[in-house]
Design a protein around this ligand. Structure first.
Ligand code: 7LV
Length: 334
């Protein structure tokens, strides 16, 4: 099995396992040329079996999703038996654990997190993607208390754009929209908004709006659209929850209405900025300089190589050097 790790081991020191999700193992690692910490999602192609297409879906989606609230994909290494995805490391773990540790979050803290989720999901929708598995387990916290959306194995980019109907029932039942569990055709973006309602409810209350050990009972509760409203919820929170947890998808709030909703802008004064802070169309000069000097090639040659976006070790080195520069650390390769 050693030869499977040769390619990845050339540029990374692999550390401990930080978690496993279904058919993947995620390990912490250090990118040797920059010293930056990364997460490496390791999958065995044979064990993946029928799930292999989901991995391809996730990789292709992440190659197009460049946003400060979406976990960054740095590199993909495929060997005869394994697929390695080198990803942005999030030291704060899952939002799910963060909520559980605090019972529930204040309205202020819920708002700060929810605005970041709205930013990431709006960006995805504008690019024509629906996530379809939004839940606190798929939102990680980085070392600057920023949320990073992960797990794009179920995301959909309908051929004809967001107007196309989706049919596959997927995601986690407790977060699934009524129309999705009814087996009807549904709109990915509308279903994401329902899940965001469940997410907001979980942030503010520390438990789920619809929960039952029996799946049949759970579906009935979801279709009823009825949930408890604890007395600590403000009237504005109740209004927003009601607009998100609308059983009829056509009456559900849209992302555009969400961006400057009164609850979203309360005490913040400004609507959610959903555009990406990342500038990927223009290569960063300092990073190109460091990389071309380090590899003893001309800047033009290095730029041409980088602009192929092969998601190889050059792409990883570029993104990780850029992350160092953004965090105010020296743009240096060892
Ligand atoms: C419950 N899930 C289905 C899987 C779980 C696996 C470990 C992971 N993790 C942890 O649980 N820490 C505690 C540390 C940690 C640190 N950085 C990470 C960076 C990226 C990812 C990641 C994982 C998966 Cl399965 C992805 O598809 C993507 Cl796009 C990204 N996981 C990370 C991660 C959190 C999620």
């Amino acid at each position: 099995v050693v030869e499977e790790y040769n390619e990845i081991a050339r540029h990374y020191r692999i550390k401990e396992t930080v978690g496993s999700g279904g058919f993947a193992k995620v390990k912490r690692a250090v990118h040797l040329p920059t010293g930056e910490t990364v997460a490496i999602k390791i999958m065995d192609k044979v064990a993946l079996g029928a799930d292999l297409p989901r991995v391809k879906t996730e990789i292709e989606a992440m190659k197009n999703l460049h946003h400060h609230h979406i976990c960054r994909l740095y590199q993909v290494v495929e060997t005869s038996r394994k697929i390695f995805m080198v990803l942005e490391y999030c030291s704060g773990g899952e939002l799910f654990d963060y909520i559980v540790q605090r019972d529930r979050l204040s309205e202020i803290e819920s708002r700060a997190f929810f605005r970041q989720i709205v930013s990431a999901v709006t960006y995805m929708h504008y690019l024509g993607y629906a996530h379809r598995d939004l839940k606190p387990e798929n939102l990680l916290i980085d070392d600057e208390q920023n949320l990073k959306l992960i797990d794009f194995g179920l995301c959909a980019k309908p051929k004809g754009g967001m107007s196309d109907q989706l049919y596959t029932c997927c995601g986690s039942p407790a977060y699934a929209a009524p129309e999705l569990i009814a087996g009807k055709s549904y709109m990915g973006n509308e279903a994401d908004l329902w899940s965001m309602g469940v997410l907001l409810y979980a942030l503010l209350n520390g438990f789920l709006p619809f929960d039952d050990d029996n799946i049949g009972m759970l579906y009935r509760k979801i279709k009823s659209g009825k949930y408890d409203t604890p007395d600590w919820l403000s009237s504005e929170s109740l209004i927003l929850l009601k607009q998100l947890l609308q059983v009829d998808p056509k009456r559900r709030i849209t992302v555009d209405e969400l961006l400057n909703h009164v609850w979203i802008t309360k005490e913040m004064g400004v609507p959610v900025e959903w555009n990406s802070k990342y500038q990927t169309s223009v290569l960063d000069d300092d990073v190109v300089t460091e990389m071309s000097v380090h590899r003893k090639v001309s800047r033009e040659t290095m730029k041409a190589e980088l602009e192929k976006w092969n998601y190889d070790y050059l792409t990883a080195a570029y993104f990780l050097l850029l992350k160092k520069k953004t965090s105010g650390r020296p743009v240096r390769l060892q």
